[in-house]
Design a protein around this ligand. Structure first.
Ligand code: PSV
Ligand code: MN
Length: 432
């Protein structure tokens, strides 16, 4: 890989780190002693933190919007090439996000192979490809107004199936190994559609996409409770998702977008259930207060994020051979600089993971066996209350990333420079 194509000068990051390393070393050593007294080796945790991988959403480096408005930001990326540049900035600073999850046709290019080369020269690769039949693409023959894969008209279903198959072909050229299918299909009024027949049509369509999967590919089925359909959604919940995945076959798995559940739903339990049946495919990380808010990971409910990782760590330790969920971020950055939001989110997700690694599993199992409710809870509490920031910073620094990623990003003046170089994007109603 030709390092000279990286958007940020590595010497700049080294300089940033030089000023902070002795303070970090001091905090790391102190935490190491505290963890040592708990029988935990800090260096092993640092290596695990460094090995975590989170795919960036190509659409997440652009400024998002709500259905009311989108407020563009000077210097935001306009096309997929510029989006990759911004993803590379995130990766250079935090070092756990080398994968980019593309969305088609938003990221459509004439020659996907050269896009793959561009990504590689920036130190990136492509992760799961996302199909889009929740809106009409310019020039599209038939409309998705009344649905796509579950539409009543076989011609619309065929168009949506073909789009997904094209996504697989493009994904192959990009080096992806999975397709994520989320549809907006559903209904806004009771009686508008047959709930049973809509699911049948979905299963029939997805089976045709499944049949086009290469041998080493996965199909990730993403459920969502509501929006854009407000009365019923065809794949509304993890129950519908796992039934569909079981119906389709072993390459089909369920994708959990943290924002796609009813308020107060126990998402960590869903994670445990999906893993138990071999159907945990991956995540779209984000956070929410009310609905599918697409807020930054860990910004509203960091404890829930920790509890999700607590299940993941337990699942991995119980059956390491069949544990390989794909981790992706799916957020809409409406009023922050997306690079900063992604850096903050990567830190929050990695922090939740490392805290979950701190849980004394043997002690927890013992407390659970003996029905010692309080000490079982305190075992999680102790892990959750530990500040793991020095572990994350040290892992980043060792990998060539920045000790303070957001501070370093601000010091680079990246956005101001891009505001001079890039053409402005349009305002208007946004897509969440
Ligand atoms: C739908 O709300 C969703 O979570 C799906 O993953 C889409 O691909 C993405 O958001 C689009 O922003
Ligand atoms: Mn999603």
């Amino acid at each position: 890989m030709d390092a000279h194509r990286r958007p940020l000068d590595p010497a700049f990051i080294e300089q940033h780190n030089r000023q902070r390393l002795s303070a970090l070393q001091d905090e790391y050593d102190s935490l190491g002693r505290a963890l040592g007294r708990r029988g935990i080796a800090i260096d092993a945790l640092r290596l695990k933190a460094a090995a975590l991988r989170l795919a960036l959403p190509s659409w997440g480096v652009g400024v998002g919007g709500t259905r009311f408005a989108r407020f563009p930001m000077a210097g935001e990326p306009a096309g997929v090439q510029e989006k990759l540049e911004d993803c590379a900035v995130v990766q250079q600073l935090c070092r756990i996000t080398p994968g980019v999850s593309p969305h088609l046709p938003w990221d459509k290019v004439g020659d996907p192979r050269s896009l793959r080369e561009q990504a590689a020269s920036l130190g990136l690769h492509f992760d799961a490809v996302n199909s889009n039949t929740f809106q009409d693409a310019p020039g599209q023959t038939l409309s998705y107004r009344h649905g796509s894969l579950a539409h009543t008209d076989p011609a619309v279903r065929r168009q949506a199936i073909e789009h997904n198959i094209e996504c697989i072909r493009v994904g192959q050229a990009l080096g992806s190994k999975a397709i994520t299918v989320w549809i907006g299909d559903g209904s806004n009024f009771p009686g508008q559609q047959s709930l049973a027949a809509a699911l049948d049509r979905y299963l029939e369509s997805t089976a045709q996409i499944y049949a086009a999967l290469p041998g080493d590919w996965r199909m990730l089925l993403e459920h969502k409770l509501y929006e854009p359909a407000f009365y019923s959604t065809v794949i509304a919940d993890w129950g519908s998702s796992i039934l569909a995945a079981q119906h389709l076959g072993p390459k089909a798995r369920c994708l959990v977008d943290l924002g796609h559940h009813a308020p107060s739903v126990n998402i960590e339990q869903i994670v445990a259930r999906l893993h138990r049946f071999g159907k945990l495919g991956g995540f779209h990380f984000n956070d929410s207060k009310y609905g599918d808010d697409d807020l930054d990971s860990g910004s509203i409910n960091p404890h829930q994020l920790f509890l999700v990782f607590n299940e993941l760590v337990e699942a991995e330790q119980r059956s390491p051979a069949d544990f390989d969920p794909a981790y992706m971020i799916d957020q809409s950055h409406n009023i922050t600089d997306p690079v900063e939001s992604l850096l903050s989110s990567a830190e929050a997700i990695a922090g939740a993971y490392v805290r979950a690694l701190l849980v004394d599993r043997a002690a927890l199992a013992e407390y659970q066996r003996g029905n010692d409710v309080m000490l079982a809870f305190q075992t999680l509490r102790l892990a959750y209350n530990t500040d793991v920031a020095p572990i994350l910073a040290m892992a980043r620094c060792e990998a060539g990333g920045a000790i303070g990623p957001i501070a370093a990003y601000r010091e680079t003046g990246w956005r101001a420079r891009k505001a001079r170089e890039r053409r402005p994007t349009a305002a208007g109603a946004g897509i969440v």
